[in-house]
Design a binder for this molecule. Sequence first.
Ligand code: ADP
Length: 396
Amino acid sequence: MNVLVINCGSSSLKFQLINAESEKVLAKGICERIGIDGSLTYQAADGEKIKTAKAMPTHTEAIQYVIDALTDTKTGVVKSLDEIGAVGHRLVHGGEKFASSVIITEEVKKAVEECNDLAPLHNPANLIGVNACEELMPGTTMVAVFDTAFHQTMPEKAYMYGLPYEYYEKYKVRRYGFHGTSHSFVSKRAAEIVGKPYDATKTIVCHLGNGASVCAVLNGKSVDTSMGMTPLEGLVMGTRSGDIDPAILEFLAKKENKDIEGLMKVLNKESGVQGVSGLSSDFRDLTNAAAEGNNRAQIALEVFSYRVAKYVGSYAAAMNGVDNIVFTAGIGENDDKVRAEVCSYLGYLGIEINEEANNTRGKEIELSTPDSKVRVFVIPTNEELAIARETLALVK
Ligand code: ADP
């Protein structure tokens, strides 16, 4: 069965058409600047990448262009919509309502809407994508795959904040975690590689992309993760601050004469390695600048890796040990220096890294030596494939 995977944001929509049995990507692309002017970038497997300007006042036009491209007689990969068996949608926040993927019904959409408060930028946009697909592909099964679902197994002690309990009762203020699809995908793969049952392994996943989080996966279940009620908590990221002393907000509000919106913009968009370096959120730029002697770029890189190492250490404590550590996502898959720096803090766990293995990019590889007490891997994440698998499992 072919599954159309949709990741819909407020002004962009990424898609992949995947044959769920062979797991081959038949075509992929992105619609950008929806509601502004609009463009479609489309690439069939083995075909050229084609970018065309298209008027996209709403997401419905965007999806229509995607369908047109997929069924086009020249560049298309299917003859008609009948060859698309289901659509898998990435939804960001499922709150406490969704601990796994579900087939989308009117009730499911209502329940997702009730989580809008928790992800005001993402959930409404995700739902617009669902509605547009329903309009243009009536009768096709739609599945929701949530970023938060994998972490619903976290115990209370990991998800409760040290805040008055009534905020949890009234508003569901608690830790949820994100990147669940990725953490689940790569931790499963790690168990496969080491040849142990998934439900008998202790794995720590470092998903290090522009947004970044660490997850403790104990016996196949997420027991803790570094992002919280929102993706702002935890690691120092591309432009997000991660953990800070909350009292800094009051201090800066007074000093800089900023309101809460202004401060949230600073924490989300102007902080992280971008804020510390004053240069870039991209690790390639930072590594180059640091090599040329840029001190703040160097500090930003050190702050980033140190925070990752601290989370890995705390999750080894939380699970009373660790069998596998996995690096994934843009930085985790590509940046050998960050990986080496993080591992340099973990000698006490008996970790030994093979430098030559670490000197590779973007492919699955074991970094640890045969003597290492913990096995360390790079495993490329593939959230679209994970969504296609979840979708197939529900539709079958
Ligand atoms: P997201 O999905 O959160 O936008 P990605 O997982 O795509 O993020 O990661 C993007 C980041 O990966 C970039 O900002 C960059 O810092 C880093 N990155 C990508 N390629 C490389 C590379 N070759 N070397 C170092 N860092 C890289």
